[in-house]
Design a protein around this ligand. Structure first.
Ligand SMILES: [Zn+2]
Length: 394
C-alpha cells in the first residue's frame, strides 16, 4: 500500500493506493493543493482507465474541502472521464435529518436566504475566494449537481461510526462521528436559524445545504482564530520532554472538528488510522471501546489529529502504537503542530521504535531530528525532500 500525504499548507490531502489498483482520497486541501499536486495523480489514474473508488471529505473546513470543490468543478467541466469518481463520503445538511417538510414556506425560505446573504458578507473571514455562497457552488451543491454517488455505502444517509465497508480488498471502518456527535451538530445548526424566527421549519431545498455549509465554514474560522496561541519554543519542548508525562488536552470546542470522519483503512498486511481533526476525547472513547472489543490497536501508520494541535492529541495516543506517525501541516496559520502534541507523540509508547513523518519541512521537525533525542526516545524522523509532500510505502 502506498500513502501520499500532500503538502496541503495547514490542511489535509491524503492519497492511498493499494496493489490492486484501489484509489482512495481523504480530503484535498486547498485549490492549489489540487491543481499543483493532486490533479497529476488523478490524470494518471484516469489515463490508466482506473477510477477513484472513494473520496472521503471528512468535515466542513476550508483546509479539507476547498481542493475537493476544485476537483468537482473539473469533473463538471468534463476534464476527466465521466466515471472518474465512484463515490463520495461527506456529511452535509441533508444527512442530519433536520428537514421536517419537503417544501418550505415563502417566509422560511426568505429567512434562510437572508441568513446565507449575511454569511456571504462575512466572506472576508474565509480567505479562499473560490468558496462562495452562490447556490450550487458549495461542496454540497457540486456533489448534488454532479450526480455522483453520495454516501451510497451508508444507504445515502449519514457516515457514522462504528461501521465498516469493503472497498475492493480494503476494509474501511468509520470510527467517528457518532450519532451523538451528529445530533450536537444538528442542534447547533437548528438553534441558529430558530434565533431568527422562533417557528422556523427546515425544508429540503438546496439553499439549506448551502447555508449549512457556509455557516459551518464560518464557525471553524472563528474557532481557529480564538485558538491560535502556541508555545513552540525549543525551551518549552525540552522541559516538557524531561517532565516525562503527557500534556493533557484542554479540549477542542469546534463542533465541525468533532464531526470529522475518522477511519481505519486496512487489508491483510497493513492498517492505517486516519483521525482527520477529531477531538481527543472522542478518539479516546472510541479507540478504548474498540480495544475492549478485541480490536487490534497496532497500526502501520497513524495520522495525528488536527494537524498536530495540542487540543486534539493527548490520551488517545497512549491507546495505539504504530510504525509511522504522520503530521500534516506546514505550520502556517495556527502554528501547528504544537510542541505539546509532538511531546505526547514522543512520550507515548516510548519503548517502541517509531518514525515521525512530516509532509512539510518544519522547524520543529529539524529540532527533534537530533541523534541524542532520537536514541533516548526510540524514534526517527522523515522530512520531505520534495515540495509536494511525502510518500510512504507500507
Ligand atoms: Zn483541518
Amino acid at each position: 500500500m502506498k500513502i501520499k500525504c500532500f503538502n496541503a499548507k495547514n490542511g489535509d490531502a491524503i492519497y492511498i493506493r493499494n496493489n490492486e489498483g484501489i484509489n482512495i482520497f481523504i480530503d484535498m486541501g486547498y485549490p492549489e493543493t489540487y491543481t499543483r499536486y493532486i490533479s497529476n495523480d488523478i490524470n494518471v489514474i484516469d489515463q490508466c482507465g482506473e477510477v477513484i473508488d472513494l473520496l472521503i471529505i471528512t468535515h466542513i473546513d476550508q483546509d479539507h474541502i476547498s481542493g475537493a470543490i476544485s476537483f468537482l468543478r473539473d469533473i463538471q467541466s468534463e476534464k476527466y472521464s465521466q466515471s472518474i469518481l465512484k463515490q463520495v463520503w461527506h456529511n452535509s445538511y441533508r444527512h442530519l435529518s433536520v428537514a421536517t417538510k419537503e417544501n418550505s414556506s415563502k417566509e422560511d425560505l426568505y429567512v434562510v436566504e437572508e441568513f446565507l446573504n449575511k454569511l456571504s458578507k462575512l466572506n472576508s473571514l474565509i480567505s479562499d475566494a473560490t468558496i462562495s455562497a452562490k447556490q450550487g457552488s458549495t461542496l454540497a451543491g457540486l456533489i448534488f449537481g454532479s450526480g455522483i454517488e453520495w454516501n451510497k455505502d451508508f444507504s445515502h444517509g449519514p457516515i457514522v461510526g462504528v461501521n465498516d465497508v469493503s472497498i475492493g480488498n480494503l476494509k474501511v471502518t468509520v470510527l467517528t462521528p457518532s450519532n451523538y456527535i451528529l445530533k450536537n451538530l444538528k442542534r447547533y445548526w437548528k438553534s441558529e436559524l430558530c434565533k431568527m424566527k422562533y417557528d422556523f421549519a427546515f425544508g429540503e431545498e438546496e439553499v439549506f445545504d448551502d447555508a449549512f455549509e457556509f455557516y459551518m465554514l464560518n464557525e471553524t474560522v472563528l474557532q481557529n482564530n480564538s485558538n491560535s496561541i502556541s508555545s513552540d519554543s525549543g525551551e518549552c519542548f525540552h522541559a516538557l520532554l524531561d517532565n516525562g508525562v503527557l500534556v493533557e488536552s484542554e479540549g477542542d470546542s469546534s463542533v465541525t472538528n468533532a464531526s470529522s470522519i475518522a477511519t481505519i483503512i486496512e487489508n491483510d498486511s497493513c492498517r492505517i488510522l486516519l483521525t482527520s481533526d477529531a477531538h481527543d476525547n472522542d478518539l479516546y472513547e472510541i479507540l478504548y471501546e474498540q480495544s475492549q472489543n478485541g480490536i487490534n490497536m497496532e497500526f502501520d501508520l497513524v495520522k495525528l489529529s488536527h494537524h498536530g494541535s495540542r487540543n486534539n492529541n493527548s490520551k488517545w495516543l497512549e491507546l495505539v502504537s504504530s510504525k509511522y506517525y504522520l503530521i500534516s501541516t506546514d505550520g502556517s496559520k495556527h502554528n501547528h503542530p504544537d510542541v505539546e502534541a509532538i511531546v505526547n507523540l514522543i512520550l507515548s509508547n516510548s519503548k517502541k521504535d517509531k518514525i515521525l513523518c512530516f509532509n512539510s519541512n518544519l522547524e520543529i521537525a529539524r529540532e527533534i531530528d537530533k541523534e541524542e533525542l532520537k536514541r533516548r526516545f526510540n524514534y526517527s524522523v522523515i522530512r520531505p525532500i520534495e515540495e509536494w509532500g511525502i510518500e510512504i510505502e507500507l
